[in-house]
Design a protein around this ligand. Structure first.
Ligand code: PLP
Length: 406
């Protein structure tokens, strides 16, 4: 049974107060809180098991290497990937997508080649492609979402042409909560010889993901949203792409031999993991993913679906509040604006006084904000430990904000 009261006890920060009120943490879309097991594992790693990895032959180095490397297998299991050597560990999605841009796309794409993006991408899945546009004349093709925030897979497929080299789309929008049906997009792309990159930063947190079933070429995740440490993460890379990809960052670990006039690379995934990695961060990530799998991702998804439905009904009852993104199958993530002149920052400040933490701003989604005709929204994003009672507290705080600005 999914016992949210029990689960909340696993997260020490949830019992603290903010501004004299019990914390209602609804900023999980930005970063999630950490369970005690992750904090303990990181403390243990530093206090009992720490040394650099892949280098020493001494006891602690071997132990740290074993712990660090075991996370690769955990990530593969979590993402439904059979071969853990297709998991490149890194600091998060931004690094993963930049690796693809620099290591795979830049050496291969020419002027006029096309990259398809949806209008609701995060800047992490936009800016690296602008580098290719500015530096190499690559064309970015944008696919819009409809008025509910739904992204029609067929619209993405229709945008594919003979010059398209890559489709890079989010699996779950960090602003609209839209879940994108990525599998048909990946299938159609594969049939046309086009690569696919899926930004799984938000999706992997809220639902079971089986990358081998999705059939994409790249799938990026970020540890700090997955109840793991900041500075941890990974990207799945299909075998063919791994073989095609050039190293992006050079340094120790990613080489086999270095001489004055010659260099040979390590095998993937090490070829793409230069320098001392985030050893303890990745150890913490492995524990976080084990924790989530222990709860069961189906159970997490079911809990959050109930929360979404409850929150949707409550927020729909506020006729002075506009939710952005109304597709039926969205995640428990609500971006909204309020009638009147109240700025999202002012609203979030009032909510904060009530202990309710939400995010306000443009959420690193400039093109989506342009599309919506907005400069900022407030966003309440729920996680596996949130409750219906917290939805009620959000609504109470919103009513206060509305009264103040009415
Ligand atoms: N993609 C999406 C959809 C996100 O929500 C975020 C973080 O907010 C990112 C990418 C960036 O991830 P990271 O924090 O690992 O750089």
């Amino acid at each position: 049974m999914y016992d949210v009261t029990e689960i909340r006890r696993d997260f020490p920060i949830l019992s603290r107060e903010v501004n004299g009120k019990p914390l209602v943490y609804l900023d999980n879309g930005a970063s999630a809180q950490k369970p005690q097991v992750v904090i303990d594992a990181m403390t243990r790693a530093y206090s009992e098991e720490y040394a650099n990895v892949h280098r020493g032959l001494h006891y602690l180095s071997n132990l740290a290497t074993e712990k660090y490397e075991s996370t690769r297998g955990v990530i593969a299991k979590f993402l439904g990937v059979k071969d853990e050597n297709q998991i490149v560990m890194n600091t998060g999605t931004t690094m993963g997508i930049n690796l693809v841009a620099y290591g795979w796309a830049m050496p291969r794409f020419e002027a006029g080649d096309e990259i398809i993006l949806s209008v609701m991408e995060h800047h992490a899945n936009i800016v690296p492609w602008h580098f290719l546009r500015e530096r190499q004349g690559v064309v970015i093709k944008w696919v819009d979402v409809d008025s509910t925030g739904h992204l029609d897979p067929q619209a993405v497929i229709d945008a594919m042409g003979p010059k398209t080299k890559l489709v890079a789309v989010t699996h779950l929008s960090n602003v609209l909560g839209t879940v994108v049906d990525v599998k048909p997009i990946c299938k159609a792309a594969r049939e046309r010889g086009i690569a696919t990159l899926i930004d799984g930063s938000q999706s992997a947190v809220h639902m079971p993901v089986t990358v081998d079933d999705i059939g994409c070429d790249f799938y990026a995740i970020t540890g700090h949203k997955l109840y793991g440490p900041s500075g941890s993460g990974a990207i799945y890379i299909a075998q063919e792409r791994l073989a095609e990809m050039q190293p992006f960052i050079g340094g120790g670990d990613m080489i086999r031999e270095v001489h004055k006039d010659e260099i040979t690379w390590n095998d993937p995934p090490m070829k793409f993991e230069a320098g001392t990695p985030g050893i303890v961060q990745q150890i913490g990530l492995g524990v976080a993913l084990d924790y989530m799998m222990g709860l069961g991702m189906d159970n997490v998804a079911a809990h959050e679906t109930k929360l979404r439905d409850y929150a949707r009904t409550k927020l729909d009852g506020l006729n002075w509040l506009q939710v952005q993104g109304t597709t039926p199958d969205k995640a428990a993530l609500f971006s909204f604006t309020l009638d009147g002149a109240a700025h999202a920052h002012d609203i979030s400040t009032i909510l904060d006084k009530k202990g309710v933490a939400v995010r306000a701003g443009q959420h690193c989604t400039g093109p989506l904000m342009d599309h919506l005709g907005l400069t900022a929204t407030c966003r309440a994003s729920f996680g596996l430990y949130n409750t219906e009672e917290e939805v009620d507290k959000l609504v109470d705080a919103l009513e206060l904000a509305h009264d103040l600005f009415a």
